[in-house]
Structure formats: structure tokens, C-alpha cells
Design a binder for this molecule. Structure first.
Ligand code: HEM
Length: 221
């Protein structure tokens, strides 16, 4: 029987970044959906300035998401072993590969036992890597779309290169469709967190608030 202890897994910066990312992705999705489909027609009342506010909030949250992504990369270099960037590539080290096999067996009902990791399991880490890459895509494409307002400005100098690969129409479409990936991630993320909390009794549900999970302190992952 492994010894079970309460262990500080998620440090304060990780939790702050997690929740600011949550706020920005939800806010960006709501305002982005409105920018795409402005259902509150204000043609008869332009002073309401609804689209103006939606775009201003979208852009401000865009900055917040960008800071969240940069902060997470920095903390991945400085943080504890559960925060390390290496965890996002579990197939590059032996314990990660072993855990990947365990998780796949558990999810395909080939094994009755959950993998019992302290940090993210190997499959979850890869899902977070994918969502992180999509966040980076949204930041780059979002600032590129924004930069078109002034092709002589700083934003265009930094992000205008994107239009070498994609024209405005395709970029807007990719930026728009990525929103649905966040929506589906959200559903599976809540499901997996809850399932892990119930099946492993590891406290994952509360861990992004208080930082603690319950498990074997000798666990490598
Ligand atoms: C979770 C991340 C994000 C989601 C889900 C999202 C969603 C959306 C959606 C659905 C649209 C409307 C697309 C269209 O119909 O043409 C949009 C437009 C836009 N987004 Fe985002 N976005 C995100 C991140 C960002 C970021 C980080 C920025 C950076 C500033 C940004 C800047 C913009 C700009 C400038 C537009 C065009 C606004 C306009 O044409 O008036 N977005 N976004």
C-alpha cells in the first residue's frame, strides 16, 4: 500500500495563471462570439456602442491571455517538478512513457486501476500542450488581425508576417473555429478532473484552489 500524503503540487503562480487563463478564454469566447455574430443590433441606437465595448474587452483579455501564456512558460522553467515544461512531453522520458501506457489502458478499460499520478497524467499533459499551442495561435492570429488597423504600426511590424501564410479571410476563420476547440476542451477538462477526483480520491477538484493533492510523495510524475 503506498503512503498517501497531502502534497503541495500547484504553486501559487500556477494557480493564478490557471484562473486568469480561464477568465480570459471565457471572456474572449463570449466577446468573440458576439464580434462574429452581433445579435444585439444597435443600428437604431449607435450610442450604445455594444460592438465597441465587445472589441475593447476582447483586445484587453487578449493581452491577459498573452501574459498568461508567457507567465506559464517562465514558470515552467522556474517552478516545482510538477510545473516543468518537460511534463508536457511525457513521451520523451521513461516514467512519462510508462504512465502514458497506464493511462491509455485505464481509459480503454484494459486496466481497472487509475494511473495514480500526483501532477498531470501523461495524456492530460499532452492535452494541455495542445491547448497551450492553440492559445499561442489565438494570441498570434488575434494580434495579427488587430494589427491590420495600422499597417505602419508596431503590432503590424511584430505580427504582420502572419499574412504571408494566410489571408485575412482564412485567418479569421481559423481564429473563429479555434473557439470551438476551447469549448470542447472545457467539457472534457471538467469531466476528467471530476473523474480523477472521484476514482483516485486525489483531491484534484480542489487542488487548483488550494494547491494540494493527495497521493504517494514518491510518485515520479
Ligand atoms: C480563447 C481565445 C480567443 C477566442 C476564443 C477568440 C475568438 C474570436 C472570435 C470568435 C472572433 C470573431 C471572428 C470573426 O468572425 O471574424 C474574434 C475576432 C478577433 N479577435 Fe479573438 N479570440 C481569442 C483570442 C484573441 C486574442 C488573444 C486576441 C489578441 C488581441 C484576439 C483579437 C481579435 C481581433 C482583433 C479580432 C477581430 C475583431 C474585429 O474584426 O472586429 N483574439 N476572436
Amino acid at each position: 500500500m503506498p503512503k498517501i500524503k497531502a502534497i503541495k503540487v500547484w504553486e501559487f503562480p500556477i494557480r493564478v495563471i490557471h484562473w486568469t487563463n480561464f477568465v480570459s478564454v471565457v471572456g474572449l469566447s463570449v466577446t468573440g462570439a458576439y464580434i462574429h455574430f452581433p445579435f444585439l443590433s444597435t443600428a437604431n441606437n449607435p450610442d450604445a456602442f455594444v460592438m465597441g465595448y465587445a472589441r475593447a474587452i476582447h483586445l484587453s483579455l487578449g493581452w491577459l491571455l498573452m501574459l498568461g501564456v508567457i507567465g506559464r512558460v517562465i514558470w515552467g522553467l522556474m517552478g516545482n517538478r510538477f510545473a516543468r515544461l518537460r511534463n508536457f512531453l511525457p513521451f520523451t522520458y521513461p516514467e512519462g512513457r510508462e504512465n502514458l501506457v497506464d493511462v491509455i489502458k485505464y481509459y480503454t478499460f484494459a486496466s481497472p486501476r487509475p494511473s495514480g499520478t500526483l501532477g498531470h497524467n501523461a495524456l492530460a499533459s499532452m492535452a494541455y500542450l495542445s491547448i497551450g499551442l492553440i492559445m499561442i495561435f489565438q494570441v498570434v492570429s488575434g494580434f495579427a488581425l488587430y494589427s491590420q488597423a495600422d499597417t505602419g504600426g508596431t503590432a503590424y511590424a511584430l505580427f504582420g508576417w502572419v499574412f504571408e501564410f494566410m489571408n485575412n479571410g482564412y485567418l479569421r476563420m481559423a481564429h473563429y473555429f479555434s473557439m470551438f476547440i476551447f469549448a470542447s476542451f472545457f467539457i472534457t477538462h471538467i469531466y476528467a478532473m471530476w473523474m480523477s477526483d472521484v476514482a483516485e480520491r486525489n483531491g484534484s477538484g480542489g487542488s487548483m484552489f488550494n494547491g494540494y493533492k493527495y497521493g504517494d510523495p514518491d510518485s515520479k510524475i
